[in-house]
Design a protein around this ligand. Sequence first.
Ligand SMILES: NC(=O)c1ccc[n+]([C@@H]2O[C@H](COP(=O)([O-])OP(=O)(O)OC[C@H]3O[C@@H](n4cnc5c(N)ncnc54)[C@H](O)[C@@H]3O)[C@@H](O)[C@H]2O)c1
Length: 426
Amino acid sequence: MRFRFPLYSSSPSSSLFSNLSFISSSCFSTFLSMAPAFETVSAPQQEGETETVTSYSTGNDGQGVGFKSKVTVVGSGNWGSVAAKLIASNTLKLNSFHDEVRMWVFEETLQTGEKLTDVINKTNENVKYLPGIRLGKNVVADPDLDNAVKDANMLVFVTPHQFMEGICKRLVGKVRGDVEAISLIKGMEVKMEGPCMISNLISEQLGINCSVLMGANIANEIAVEKFSEATVGYRHNREIAEQWVKLFGTPYFMVTPVQDVEGVELCGTLKNIVAIAAGFVDGLDMGNNTKAAIMRIGLREMKAFSKLLFSSVRDSTFFESCGVADVITTCLGGRNRKVAEAFARNGGKRSFDELEAEMLQGQKLQGVSTAREVYEVLSHRGWLELFPLFSTVHEICIGHLPPSAIVEYSEKKPKLSLLEDSTRYI
Ligand SMILES: NC(=O)c1ccc[n+]([C@@H]2O[C@H](COP(=O)([O-])OP(=O)(O)OC[C@H]3O[C@@H](n4cnc5c(N)ncnc54)[C@H](O)[C@@H]3O)[C@@H](O)[C@H]2O)c1
């Protein structure tokens, strides 16, 4: 259930930092209270530091020689289908995985009257969301969510974020105790207690560890095996991160692990707002310099917002594929940019819902809802003046400002005096 925060009325600076502890003690604390059997060792890190690495049974290394991991992909849209293809190519090659990859399909009846699941299993192609691409014979589409997950010890979540709360509710008590999860989902839920990232929603509701995979990954390009990179964000355990790298990595899809779940996930989520701004710029025919300026301002706001929410977020994460590279690719080519361009060309007179339905054939936009969710957080915490680009994007999306406002307001200097130590965030 969604909760709308009341607008903040008192001085923002006074409660800025007390609000931060409020965030971290709410949704995000649940993970810490989960207690799998950890064994702690020290491992060398970059620049001569040591980090604590927690050795933990992933369900394969801890279960004896010959144990094979079973993978299920929860979701079968454009990116979900490409993820299944990548994974399926690896499970066939690697002995530590069962060949078969289950893919849960939100069942739909196609115009031909056939069920999407039946067509995928017959043709080995997701004709609606990834036409023309063979998924691999070892991908089995399954419309029954409980059945799809019941044997898996590695779960890959990849649906539009607005469906995840419902999916998690359905999965409570249905997944294996030793399961590891990864989320490829971009977006966040805003709850009464504060913003909640999707990986945390999964961890909280299902009581399982959840890593994330984000990056400069336009699905259709990876589907045809053009070279690209991605970032796995992990929490404690490097071995688990390496399992995910093994499962996804191919010579044309290079995956790097980073111990910064929140940083990686927030990059993937927030860049969709920047892509909407870039689409407005394109729709107004403003040219490359303006777009580059919007991308830079957007990246700065992504970093500031992430670090305000989580002091653990690393600066270096913004230089990984999930950071600057994803901002570039979505501002040049993604669906958020494309629909925002059409919105601006129509002078803001046709709604995003209408344009999404017309232009995306069932695929979902994330940037508009993420802009709204971030705006709720900014209003509630008194941070609106710190994030002129994020705020302006939302106000344009809901029709309070014209598309041209993107260059009138976004470059306003953020009021850094609201922060105690502004240099930490910007
Ligand atoms: N497509 C990309 O290029 C890309 C790249 C990286 C990340 N992502 C992220 O991956 C996630 C999934 O996107 P996608 O591109 O695979 O999906 P999509 O937008 O292509 O497809 C929408 C999916 O939602 C399903 N659906 C519709 N109604 C539903 C319901 N009520 N409950 C559950 N599912 C329902 C549809 O069956 C379909 O599988 C998103 O968070 C997206 O931001 C997408």
